[in-house]
Design a protein around this ligand. Structure first.
Ligand SMILES: [Mn+2]
Length: 519
């Protein structure tokens, strides 16, 4: 029996699913076992309910997961884009699995955003893009999307047939098992008692455990095994001072060992098997960036580390991101990121200690006082700008001082914007620079901020894709406009340290609007 969910949630979920006539099931780019397991499980389940559905993913799945798609019916946006768009045009329900933010579906994002279909998200990553979906089921404390999906499907079955024990087809069970063993790395992490209960139930449903186990964790090519041996022997570096390890896999080595997408699955975990190593990274050189994969044991948050230093994020102990630096700079950069992460933790602990000792009740009231103070300082700043003849726009507490006027359509909720920006901590004006997409500005600080590729910022405004102050501050701007957008910390990162921004910082962005696309 499951008591995991409120009855209303299951009823709402079933209402959406049962009213869908043409359903599209999607998951994230570079799909792993949990992504592929959850989309195929969903498809089998829908089939058992006589529902038409199609699976679409942004790029191809790794070869070893091919057994989940025996008749090759899964559509891949990179080659089947037109077919997917056509299906979408008549589609009335989209079910998104195993990702939190829509940008995780890459090229597929645009088509999904345009679609008028109802949308459901089922996922176990932090910070889901809630506003976009009609129904979100998100639990970060679940081992895998497949586990979450299992309990949901069982609950639906119980709702529909309260007199019989819940039943799922063996094909559905097989798929769910694949996601379960992938995301727990064969039951070695993120496992709770419910995870084993699910595994036990799946075996009772007739899962062919040995075959699946071999498909997921065996069945490698010879060249993949040789590559692993080579990396462990020649490329794995251990940094005892940080309790960390890493492996760099270059393009040249990928060619030499006939590397295929998915071959490096599990490599990142290898250094963690060494006593004293608690943090591990795998850097994989690709066409225009370096893919970063991070793992940890104990309490070190690689999610924070990925957010702060690797343009990414994920779970507390498994995260990923991207780097845009030459591959030979990676060892130094990794060490700096480790050092700074430990410094942040120490600072956090020290602050916490000070707060506990000195301000036993330093709470929301104190923060409200700080925010009130910031609003006053911002007010003084924008007044002096207005006094020099600048135009001021205030949206929900975010102030925009227009330096150079633009022309054409105004940016409204739902429109897309392309812009250059530089973010500073507000210190009665531009303080410390913490983020920019403009290379010349980044150069001034001497550090390659966030290591980003210097593309335009782009976002759909009013959809929570940007921090609130920026999201709201941009409303009404026109193409060609240059402006300062300034707001108190509650519209920024609030009570969290993020990258170079200490918690409770008011922020100011200089923005240059390049292009606006009306919704
Ligand atoms: Mn997952």
């Amino acid at each position: 029996m499951t008591n995991y969910f409120q009855k209303e949630l299951i009823e709402g979920l079933w209402r959406l699913i049962s009213s869908g006539r043409k359903i599209l099931i999607i998951s994230h780019t570079n799909p792993d076992g949990d992504a592929m397991g959850s989309v195929t499980a969903m498809k089998h389940f829908l089939l058992s309910k006589k529902k038409e559905s199609v699976i679409a993913i942004p790029n191809n799945y790794p070869e070893y997961l091919g057994f989940l798609d025996p008749d090759k019916k899964i559509l891949i946006y990179k080659k089947d884009g037109a077919a997917i768009d056509e299906y979408l045009s008549g589609c009335d329900l989209i079910i998104a699995l195993d990702f939190n933010q829509l940008k995780r579906v890459d090229e597929l994002e645009h088509s999904i955003r345009k679609s008028k279909a109802k949308k459901i998200l089922i996922d176990h990553h932090p910070s889901p893009e809630e506003a976009f979906f009609d129904l979100v089921v998100s639990t970060t404390e679940t081992s895998s999307t497949c586990e979450l999906l299992y309990w949901l499907l069982i609950s639906i079955e119980e709702l529909l047939n309260s007199d019989k024990p819940a039943n799922l087809s063996s094909a559905t069970a097989d798929s769910l098992y694949v996601g379960l063993v992938t995301d727990t790395n064969n039951f070695s992490n993120s496992v709770l008692s419910g995870t084993f209960r699910m595994a036990s139930d799946l075996l009772s449903l007739g899962v062919d455990r040995e075959r699946l186990q071999h498909n997921v964790f065996g069945g490698f090519t010879e060249s993949r095994m040789r590559l692993l041996g080579y990396l462990l022997q020649n490329k794995m570096v251990i940094l005892p001072e940080y309790g960390a390890g890493y492996i760099i896999l270059t393009k040249e080595e990928q060619r030499e060992f006939d590397f295929n997408e998915g071959d490096s699955e599990g490599f990142v975990n290898m250094p963690l098997n060494i006593r004293g190593v608690n943090i591990s990274a795998l850097f994989t050189e690709s066409e225009d960036n370096i893919r970063v994969s991070l793992r940890s044991i104990d309490d070190f948050s690689v999610n924070q580390m990925a957010r702060n230093f690797f343009n990414g994020g994920g779970h507390e102990r498994a995260a990923g991101g991207k780097l845009f630096i030459p591959i030979d700079k990676v060892p130094e950069y990794y060490k700096v990121s480790l050092r700074k992460s430990f410094e942040n933790i120490k600072k956090g602990l020290l602050l916490m200690l000070i707060f506990v000792i000195l301000f036993p009740s330093c709470t929301k009231q104190d923060r409200d006082v700080q925010i009130g103070q910031q609003i006053k300082e911002i007010d003084t700043y924008v007044r002096s700008a207005v006094n020099t003849g600048k135009r001021l726009v205030v949206n929900n507490g975010s102030s925009r001082v227009v330096i150079n006027e633009g022309a054409g359509d105004s940016l409204m909720v739902g429109d897309s914007v392309f812009f250059d920006y530089a973010g500073y901590i507000f210190q009665s004006g531009l303080g410390t620079l913490f983020d920019t997409n403009v290379e010349t500005i980044a150069d001034i600080t001497g550090i390659n901020i966030y290591n980003r590729g210097f593309d335009y910022g782009k976002a759909v405004v009013g959809r929570g894709m940007l921090i609130k102050g920026l999201d709201w501050g941009l409303l009404g701007a026109k193409s060609g406009e240059q402006a300062y957008i300034v707001f108190p910390t509650n519209l920024g990162f609030s009570n969290k340290d993020v990258g170079l921004v200490p918690k409770m910082s008011p922020l100011i962005y200089e923005v240059w609007i390049k292009e606006i696309k009306k919704n």
